[in-house]
Design a protein around this ligand. Structure first.
Ligand code: ADP
Ligand code: MG
Length: 259
């Protein structure tokens, strides 16, 4: 199964000097400054940093949802700069999973149909067993006919995770996935993400504000003002919290926001 071309070094995400700026009228704002980052198979990596430091923008660039204005991203050995819009969409559908703080469930569809939606959008046969298995792994077996609107936030996020699990993506991007959840649902969502990330040939990247969430990851990288400024391997809640506090004290964006 190993394809030397698609997986040269076990590095699944390689960001090489990713730069992102936005232009409005005559002014240009630089959001990301030459960010380089590698995430390897079997790894769960957290991104932390003050609000406005560029975490979401980085994740969107890494996931091919935004085009960097400089540098490049390679996913599974493929340069995104060299992918057409169509190839990017195909790569996202086939290999990537997304979990956001807002669950992005379709309110008019049942739980089962929400998890089945990616299959239907591709015009594929719906794999019932795979959907049931995904629902059961997030503790929602037998809930397929429920409506999302009748569920708690934690349950809805678990549906969103089941939708990702059923697709068996190789890379999962999660932006504040536990931000709106009670601690029990948060732990369940996190343990599923860890299970995905720990599997051979797969990895997970999580943006989080929560030092306890970050401490359960293999590595934490820290951003400030659009730059990667530090990282901790084998993090603990205490080591993460103290580094984050130091960054927040020094962040330009945080100071501006507070002013
Ligand atoms: P974080 O996720 O760390 O809170 P973001 O990546 O959302 O930070 O935003 C980083 C900075 O980029 C912020 O100052 C934000 O206002 C700015 N930004 C994000 N998206 C855009 C955009 N589409 N146009 C202009 N500025 C943007
Ligand atoms: Mg964000």
């Amino acid at each position: 199964m190993t394809n030397e071309h698609s997986r040269p070094t076990g590095a699944l995400i390689v960001a090489d000097r990713v730069h992102k700026s936005y232009t409005a009228g005559s002014s240009t704002v630089d959001i990301l400054h030459d960010v380089s980052l590698t995430v390897s198979e079997g790894e769960v990596c957290a991104i932390m940093g003050p609000s406005g430091s560029g975490k979401s923008t980085l994740m969107y660039c890494l996931a091919g949802l935004e085009r960097p204005t400089g540098g490049d991203v390679a996913l599974l050995g493929r340069s995104l700069a060299q992918c057409s819009r169509k190839q990017l969409a195909e790569l996202r559908r086939a290999e990537l999973g997304f979990v956001f703080q807002s669950y992005n469930l379709m309110p008019t569809l049942s739980v089962f149909e929400n998890v089945a939606l990616p299959f239907r959008l591709r015009g594929e046969r719906v794999d019932r067993a795979r959907i049931e298995e995904a629902l059961s792994s997030v503790g929602l077996s037998g809930r397929g006919s429920s409506q999302p609107s009748s569920m708690s936030g934690g349950e809805q996020q678990r549906v969103a995770i089941a939708r990702v699990l059923a697709q068996r993506p190789r890379i999962v991007f999660a932006d504040e996935p536990t931000g709106a959840l009670d601690s029990r649902s948060g732990r369940l969502v996190l343990s599923e993400l860890r299970r995905i990330g720990g599997a051979p040939g797969q990895c997970v990247l999580i943006v989080t504000h929560d030092p306890a969430v970050a401490a359960s990851c293999d590595r934490v990288v820290f951003m400030r003002d659009g730059r990667l400024v530090d990282q901790i391997s084998n993090p603990t809640t205490a080591s993460v919290a103290s580094l984050l506090a130091a960054l927040e004290a020094r962040s330009e964006t945080a100071v501006e926001e507070a002013a």
